[in-house]
Design a binder for this molecule. Sequence first.
Ligand SMILES: Cc1cc2nc3c(=O)[nH]c(=O)nc-3n(C[C@H](O)[C@H](O)[C@H](O)COP(=O)(O)OP(=O)(O)OC[C@H]3O[C@@H](n4cnc5c(N)ncnc54)[C@H](O)[C@@H]3O)c2cc1C
Length: 501
Amino acid sequence: MSKTEIVVVGAGIAGLTSAAILSKLGLSVNLIESHTQSGGCAGTFKRKKYIFDVGATQVAGLEEGGIHSKIFKFLAIPLPEATILNPACIVDLKDGSKPIPIWYEKDEWIKEREIQFPGSRKFWRLCNLIHQSNWAFSNNNPVLPVKNLWDFSQLIKALVPMNLATGILLKSTIFDLLRICGLSDDQRLINFLNLQLKLYSQEDVYQTAALYGSTVLQMCQQPHGLWHLKKSMQVLSEALEDSLKKTGGNIVFGQKVNSINFDDVKKSWKVSAISKRENFEYYADDVIYTPPAQSLLKNLGNSLDRNHAYKSRIQSLPNPSGALVFYSALKKEHIKSISSNHYQFVSSELGSLFVSISEDGDGRAPLGEITMIASLFTKTNVWFNLDKNDYIKKKKEYLEKISFALESQFEIDCENWLHRELATPLGFERWTNRPNGIVGGLGQNPDIFGLFGLPSRTPFKGFWLCGDSIYPGEGTAGVSQSALMVSKQILASKGISDFNL
Ligand SMILES: Cc1cc2nc3c(=O)[nH]c(=O)nc-3n(C[C@H](O)[C@H](O)[C@H](O)COP(=O)(O)OP(=O)(O)OC[C@H]3O[C@@H](n4cnc5c(N)ncnc54)[C@H](O)[C@@H]3O)c2cc1C
């Protein structure tokens, strides 16, 4: 048995970031991870001579003032080496028209938009205005949703005058903005927005909250931008892990937390974990829980049974998607010349595919070869409850379908694949312990966004949620924001209410 001030469950980016921040501030921290390595959905795996990013392949928030940058500066550790993505992505709607490069340079992107979507200027200007207002607000580190007076005080401090104007759009969707701008019939623009929004908000134009969507649609451009990490995504986790260890924090691998209960005698949270049939117990004043909120039903059973309202809130969370991810490698000369690390295109059979291609010499493949990763959303239930043979057959079918879609898109000869494999929601469940392999957090529609989302403060004193259930959509940058928020809340509960980066 060991007692610390904080136990963090899960060493994905959310858990590592919150553990590193609190440890740097002098709190004693135990971080418990079920896998044998850190990173979760932003981790990597090695296959033959290749390194594959498991899920996340691009990073937001590395620019000066971006969330990863601010946190790394506070931790006094160097930012991982990375290059800006320009274009961030090339989107091919497969409607016979020219693919759409999403440029990093603002002026280039404005010019491109006017060529690609004539008459849409008003819509983009409106999004930009809303984004400016959102950004000023989020830079002041608000706490959302509000659950007590302190949270409310942080919200009030973060508000800027512009938020009062954009606040009237709290319940609007991106489609409402299109309607306001007279663009509700612009099907090509809607198709483009649907593809991009689904990636970041898990919703389409009709469902994505206007305030949220306006910001994600500006993340590829100056002064923000998306980044490609040198070596692999794992460098982000490794840097946070090193910081945690240097400041005296403890990280345990290969132990799966199976129950968390408040111990009335010890007046502490008791976190029980198991590893190869051996049981471990950890005690802490505060627990930060970073697996998906849906996992609480398994891990927080007793406490949840005493709070029916909270339990039914967790039970009624919308069902998120799973992912199919195709990991492959080939010689650079065997793919038609490419001008971006990321592509998104529509396949008539599979829907939207998001493709990430490594750079020659970036550490993911030997010189002259590249890794190519393609991902698409899938319903999780169609992959579970199959018998072994049906599952293998279905997986093989999808491997071939995705290979074929990529061969047509990038003019690849089917004989030139050096490696191919597919991960399904079952694989994601095994790798990340996410129930049914769900990914990406909750869809950001007006009913579950911002003020109406799931709070990190739970009804159980000292038990906190963090990660992509709390700050979904914007990936590693979003979950880092949630780690900062929960760290501030814990510090405030201990009487330190002026912590800011
Ligand atoms: C296919 C795909 C593509 C993506 N692309 C991008 C992208 O390009 N850019 C981007 O920024 N984001 C992307 N994302 C999203 C991003 O990866 C996630 O939002 C982010 O990494 C989530 O971090 P997290 O720490 O909240 O959760 P996770 O990464 O899920 O980490 C949770 C950790 O908790 C551990 N754990 C779970 N249960 C237990 C338990 N009971 N006991 C102990 N440990 C436990 C898991 O093993 C895991 O390590 C993508 C995600 C996927 C799936």
